[in-house]
Write a protein that binds this ligand. Structure first.
Ligand SMILES: NC(=O)C1=CN([C@@H]2O[C@H](COP(=O)(O)OP(=O)(O)OC[C@H]3O[C@@H](n4cnc5c(N)ncnc54)[C@H](OP(=O)(O)O)[C@@H]3O)[C@@H](O)[C@H]2O)[C@H](O)CC1
Ligand SMILES: [K+]
Length: 511
C-alpha cells in the first residue's frame, strides 16, 4: 500500500473530486461519515461525554461533521472550536453553520486566553485540530491543550493523524502531540505511524477507504510503501507442480564461533523451512554433531577450525549465502569473512557480527581493510542490522527522518539492500522504502534475527531477487511471529516458535 506525502494527498483529493464530479465538501462529508460509522461501533454506555476538538481547517471540518452526526444520533457532544486563526476553510465554515443550526450540541470557542477544558476518564475526545496540513509548531495554547489531554485518563480518537504530528519530520523535543487510542486515517497509511519517534502517541490505526481515485493512486509514484498482505501476495511465487529439490536452490549458512553455535543452527533450521531445496552449513566443527542432531535435513561443509568459521571451499555452487550469525569479531572471523565477501558469486545476506566487522572497517577508515571488506561487499547483498548495528554502519541520527536518509545514502553508496530491524522494520533500497506492517514485541527475543537471516537466505536461494526476498521475508517473519503470539502470547514466544509458524504464514499468502 502506498504511503503518500501531504502534497500527493492533496493532489489525490482534488483529482478524485473532479473524476467523481463531487465537491470537496461532499468528499469531506463522505470521509467524516465513514469515520463516524467507525466511531459508533466503539461507543458504549460507559461513554458519558464526547468532546470534539475542531480546528478551523479541513481536519476541523471533519470533526464538525462527526459532531453533527453524533448529536443527530442522540449523543451528548461538547464541541470546542480551537481557533488558532480567525480564518476558516469554506467546508469547515459550512459544517459549523449546519452544526449551529442543529442546536443539539454545546459549542465553545477556545483561543489563547481561554480556560482549557478538563478531561476525565469518562470522556471520549475526538481530536480534529490539525490533520496533514500541519507545517510548523502548533500554537502554544494548542500544545497546552494536548499536554492537558495527554495527562488525563480520557480516551482519544484522532482524525486522520494525531494533532501535532508532521508527515515529514519528527516532533521537536518540547513539542506536544495528541496521544491517540485510535487513529482513523483516510485512504492511505502515514509514515510517522511506523516510526519510533512517534511511538508514544500512536495507538491502533484504522485506515478508512474513502473511495479516492484508484486510477490516480496507481499513477502517483511513491517510493514509500507499507508492506501488507496484498503487497506480499504480489511478491510470492507459487511452486510449480513439476519440480524437484534442485528447483528450489541450494542455500549455505556460514556462522558460529566457540560459544555461539546455537544461532547458526537456528538460522539453518529457519532456512530449511523457507521452501529451499537444500541447506548446507559451514560452522565450527565442534558444533557439527549438535547440528545433525537438531537438523538432520542439513548438510555440513567441512571446516578446518573447531572454534571459528573458515573460508573452506564449498565444492558446489551455492545459490545464496547467509553469513555472520554468531561468528564473533576475532581476527579469524574477520579473515574468513573477507575471503567469503571476495569469492562469493551468489547473492548474500549479511548479518550480526559480519555487520560489526564491516562497520568497524568502514569507520576506521583503514585503507587496507577498506579494500578487503567495504570495497567487496557484493552489490545487492541484503544487510540486516538491528538499531545498534545500524548505527555502527551509517553513523548516528538525531531523528527517524535523518536515520532514513542515512540508510538511503548507505544503500546507494554500496548498492545494497538494508533491512533495518525495528518494531516496524524498514527495508530500504536506494530511495525505495518498504515499511513492514507485521511483527510484535514478543519477537524482541534472542534468535529472532537469526531466524530472519535463515529465511531470507532460503528465499534468495529459491531465485527471488534480493529486494523481493528482503521485503517478502521481512513480512513473512513478522506474520509468523504474529500468528505465534496469537496462540501463545507475546511473552512466551521464542525464536523457534517463529519458525513453527512459517507454514501458517505462507498459507496466508496463498489464501
Ligand atoms: N482525502 C482526504 O484524506 C481528506 C482529508 N480531509 C481532511 O483534511 C485534512 C487536511 O486539511 P487542511 O485544511 O489541508 O489542513 P489542516 O486542517 O491540517 O490544517 C489547517 C491549516 O492550518 C495551517 N497551519 C498548519 N500548521 C499550523 C500551525 N502550526 N499553526 C497555525 N496554522 C497552521 C495551514 O495553513 P497555512 O496556510 O497557515 O500554512 C493548514 O492548511 C486532512 O488531514 C483530513 O482530515 C478532508 O476532509 C477530505 C478528505
Ligand atoms: K487530528
Amino acid at each position: 500500500m502506498k504511503i503518500l506525502e501531504a502534497s500527493q494527498l492533496a493532489d489525490l483529493d482534488s483529482y478524485s473530486c473532479k473524476e467523481q464530479n463531487i465537491s470537496s465538501w461532499e468528499l469531506m462529508e463522505r470521509a467524516a461519515g465513514l469515520a463516524y460509522e467507525e466511531i459508533k461501533t466503539r461507543l458504549n454506555s460507559a461513554t458519558q461525554q464526547i468532546k470534539v476538538l475542531a480546528g478551523p481547517g479541513n481536519n476541523g471540518g471533519d470533526g464538525l461533521a462527526i459532531a453533527y452526526f453524533l448529536a443527530q444520533d442522540g449523543w451528548d457532544v461538547d464541541v470546542f472550536l480551537v481557533n488558532f486563526t480567525s480564518s476558516r476553510s469554506p467546508d469547515n465554515q459550512k459544517n459549523l453553520v449546519r452544526l449551529k443550526n442543529q442546536a443539539k450540541s454545546n459549542i465553545r470557542e477556545l483561543t489563547e486566553d481561554s480556560e482549557l477544558p478538563e478531561f476525565t476518564s469518562e470522556d471520549l475526545v475526538i481530536d480534529a485540530i490539525f490533520g496533514v496540513g500541519l507545517n510548523r509548531s502548533m500554537p502554544e495554547f494548542v500544545q497546552k491543550l494536548a499536554r492537558k489531554h495527554n495527562g488525563s485518563a480520557s480516551q482519544c480518537i484522532c482524525i486522520d493523524v494525531p494533532s501535532g504530528m508532521y508527515l515529514d519530520q519528527s516532533p521537536g523535543e518540547d513539542e506536544a502531540v495528541f496521544q491517540s487510542d485510535l487513529i482513523l486515517t483516510f485512504q492511505t497509511p502515514k509514515l510517522p505511524f511506523y516510526l519510533p519517534d512517534y511511538s508514544g502517541v500512536v495507538g491502533e490505526v484504522k485506515i478508512i477507504d474513502i473511495g479516492l481515485s484508484q486510477k490516480r493512486l496507481s499513477e502517483i509514484s511513491s517510493e514509500l510503501n507499507l508492506v501488507d498482505l496484498s503487497l506480499a501476495k504480489k511478491l510470492y511465487r507459487p511452486r510449480p507442480r513439476f519440480s524437484h529439490k534442485g528447483t528450489y536452490g541450494h542455500a549455505v549458512l556460514i556462522g558460529g564461533s566457540e560459544l555461539m553455535l546455537g544461532s547458526v543452527i537456528l538460522s539453518s533450521k529457519s532456512c530449511m523451512h523457507s521452501g529451499v531445496g537444500k541447506t548446507s552449513v559451514l560452522m565450527p566443527s565442534r558444533g557439527h554433531s549438535a547440528l545433525i542432531q537438531h537438523l538432520p535435513e542439513a548438510m555440513l561443509v567441512e571446516n578446518a577450525s573447531e572454534d571459528f568459521i573458515s573460508d573452506q571451499d564449498l565444492g558446489f555452487n551455492a545459490d545464496a549465502i547467509g553469513i555472520g550469525i554468531g561468528i564473533g569479531t576475532s581476527e579469524a572471523a574477520l579473515s574468513a569473512l573477507g575471503a567469503w565477501l571476495e569469492k562469493a558469486d551468489c547473492p548474500l545476506v549479511i548479518d550480526a557480527d559480519a555487520l560489526n566487522l564491516i562497520a568497524e572497517h568502514i569507520t576506521l577508515k583503514d585503507k587496507k581493510r577498506l579494500r578487503t571488506l567495504d570495497g567487496q561487499v557484493p552489490k545487492k547483498s541484503i544487510l540486516t542490522p538491528h538499531p545498534g548495528e545500524l548505527r555502527r554502519l551509517v553513523g548516528s541520527w538525531k531523528d527517524d527522518f535523518e536515520k532514513l536518509n542515512l540508510i538511503k545514502d548507505f544503500s546507494k553508496q554500496f548498492d545494497v539492500i538494508v533491512l533495518a530491524k525495528d518494531a516496524y522494520s524498514l527495508c530500504v533500497y536506494q530511495d525505495q522504502v518498504f515499511v513492514n506492517s507485521t511483527g510484535n514485541s514478543g519477537m524482541a527475543t534472542a534468535g529472532s534475527g537469526d531466524v530472519l537471516t535463515g529465511l531470507l537466505t532460503g528465499l534468495l536461494a529459491q531465485g527471488y531477487s534480493s529486494l523481493n526476498a528482503a521485503v517478502l521475508g521481512m513480512f513473512l517473519h513478522g506474520l509468523a511471529g504474529d500468528l505465534a503470539a496469537e496462540e501463545m502470547s507475546e511473552e512466551s514466544l521464542t525464536a523457534s516458535d517463529i519458525i513453527r509458524y512459517f507454514g501458517d504464514s505462507f498459507s496466508k499468502l496463498k489464501a
